[in-house]
Design a protein around this ligand. Sequence first.
Ligand SMILES: [Cu+2]
Length: 133
Amino acid sequence: MSAVGERPAPRLRSIVLTLALACLVVPVLAACTAVEARDDNRLTVEMTDLRQFDPASLRVPLGVTVVWKNESLVSHTATAEPRSLPTGAEPWDSGALYSGQTWAYHFEVPGTYVYVCRYHEDEGMVGTIVVGA
Ligand SMILES: [Cu+2]
């Protein structure tokens, strides 16, 4: 009779053990995700409803990929200002990015890049990316 009463105890212990393991595993998985994001070497610049790039200025290591994401309801571009390009860098232009669209550029030439949104440059939609050597 007493054996029947004791039976739930091992099950409870196994539940507690499972929960304890889950608590250990979840932070480890979260840490792995953060490492992947860093190894991925991608940074995102948002194009906002305030007609700005966010962040407007960015300092990145050589070889990084910058992703522009249009988080606003109107179209934008990310267009390198040709007069500002570092020596040896090719001009780049995302073309029109509609709401929710993204465009990426991989920086392989160090230097300072000034870029604009062709539609909202006059409203101050200008960004700078400094690519380290
Ligand atoms: Cu714009």
